[in-house]
Design a protein around this ligand. Structure first.
Ligand code: PHE
Length: 456
């Protein structure tokens, strides 16, 4: 079997573009919005440690497996997995694995676009001075006003999706490739700028203490489940995104080394974002780190509103968040677009349009869960919380588990060897061990205990 250098969608121009694209996918709302508040509500330090361990021991091996499947298949996740199932002579049921990821991706994008819309609207809100000197109550009221107004939410959700479609329509090289090569350096530049600002203007030492002070008393099985769900979510694993990007990776590139770089960037951004947010939060009296989802949209505006130059910095902060969300969302769109192009013979324009309309419509469920439908609950969750829990805490771990088992036990060894040329035997051994035993056991145990914890 000759290895394909390129599939029908083209390829990244270099290893570096892949790194930027995968980092762009990984670094997103998960790092800047979710990580700080989830760490905050789980007590900080100990949670961070578990999270980093999950990234290294489970996340990285599974991510390598996912990229490998994509690069071997050179197609959309659905077709790559399907081809590899056939090539390995495996049971056809394994082909559902590709579908699981792509469906999870579309569900995630539906609520991701709504929340990214909040960040877009906060660029204007901060920049216009509307939040100058607000106290906690008025900042909370401003946020509630946004959530209570479906038309504003829909407006920003639409703007965000149009931005995503504009990139993905351009294809791998001219659309995605050019976008990530421009956006990622900009993102790092802003991030470092804000870090320096928070060191001088914020309570940096309190933030360091909060994120690195290990207090294991607050750690429950539920927080371990959350840490793992978060590790999968933040690395973009299990949703076809990384598999699709892997399909465009140059054949010579070492998968292991490259993925380590991506995981390092991703964790660094999460920690730096946490440091920025908490040093600003701790610099203002009366704001709790455990504020939950409102941490970024309520606590930060209050804190920024009291600092010299804070409004401008606040607007820049929300530009940073929007860029991060944008470069992630395009990776959620791409797998399904690639599949529509392959299987339904559509051009990229049509595929993008159809998908965006679908995602937009589904997103209305999230929009309404904050206002018109806020009274309706599924299993005690609002529609949005339900989607978030279903995807991050159930679909992703299951998909990750199946990827680990598929590559660990089912995929033909020849395929693995051909993609992992040059990997050191010791590293290969550890990788295989992680896929065959560590990841399945850890995911299984945490999963069961998480349910036990929730229902008993
Ligand atoms: N990793 C992204 C984040 O942290 C979210 C994402 C998940 C993007 C899956 C693509 C695929 O926000």
């Amino acid at each position: 079997m000759a290895l394909q250098q390129k599939g029908m969608h083209g390829a990244w121009v270099s290893r570096w573009t892949f790194i930027m694209a995968a980092t762009g996918s990984a670094v997103g709302l998960g790092n800047m919005w979710k990580f700080p508040y989830v760490a905050g509500s789980n007590g900080g330090g100990a949670f961070v440690l578990v999270y980093l361990a999950c990234i290294l021991l489970i996340g990285v091996p599974v991510m390598m497996a996912e990229v490998m499947l994509g690069r071997h298949g050179r197609k959309s996740p659905i077709n790559s997995v399907s081809d590899i199932v056939d090539e390995s002579g495996a049971n056809r049921r394994w082909a559902y694995l590709g579908w699981l990821g792509v469906v999870a991706g579309v569900l995630i994008l539906s609520f991701y676009a709504v929340i990214a819309g909040w960040a877009l609207s906060y660029i204007i809100e901060m920049g216009s001075g509307a939040l100058r000197g607000v106290d906690g109550n008025s900042a909370a009221a401003a946020f509630t006003n946004l959530l209570n107004d479906p038309s504003r939410l829909i407006f920003w959700q639409t703007v965000f999706l149009v931005l995503c479609v504009a990139v993905v329509m351009g294809g791998v090289k001219k659309g995605l490739g050019v976008a990530v090569e421009t956006l990622m350096p900009l993102l790092f530049f802003i991030l470092i700028g804000l870090l320096i600002f928070s060191m001088f203007e914020g309570n940096f030492s309190a933030a360091v203490k909060f994120l690195f002070d290990f207090n294991f008393n607050q750690l429950t099985w539920r927080s371990v489940l959350e840490a793992m769900g978060q590790a999968f979510f933040t690395l973009s694993i299990g949703m076809g995104a990384i598999m699709a990007y892997g399909a465009y990776m140059p054949q010579k590139t070492s998968i292991g080394k490259t993925i380590l770089v991506v995981a390092f960037f991703d964790s660094a951004v999460a920690i730096i974002s946490g440091l920025i947010i908490f040093s600003i939060v701790f610099a203002t009296q009366g704001i709790e780190p455990s504020a939950g989802p409102g941490l970024m949209f309520i606590s930060l505006p209050v804190a920024f509103g009291t600092m010299p130059g804070g409004l401008l910095i606040g607007a820049i902060f929300f530009i940073l968040v929007s860029i991060a969300a944008w470069s992630s969302a395009i990776s959620l769109l791409e797998p399904c677009v690639a599949w529509l192009v392959e299987a339904k013979n559509m051009n990229r324009f049509k595929a993008n349009t159809i998908l965006a309309v679908l995602v937009w419509t589904l997103g209305l469920g999230t929009v309404f869960s904050f206002n018109l439908w806020s009274g309706y609950q599924v299993f005690g969750f609002t529609f949005f919380d339900f989607l978030d829990f279903l995807t991050a805490n159930i679909m992703l771990p299951i998909s990750g588990l199946l990827i680990a088992l598929f590559v660990g036990y089912v995929v033909d060894k020849k395929i693995i060897d051909s993609e992992m040329l040059g990997i050191q035997p010791k590293v290969a051994l550890i990788w295989r061990f992680a896929l065959r035993y560590l990841a399945p056991l850890a995911i299984g145990a945490v999963f069961i205990m998480g349910f036990y914890d929730k229902f008993f």
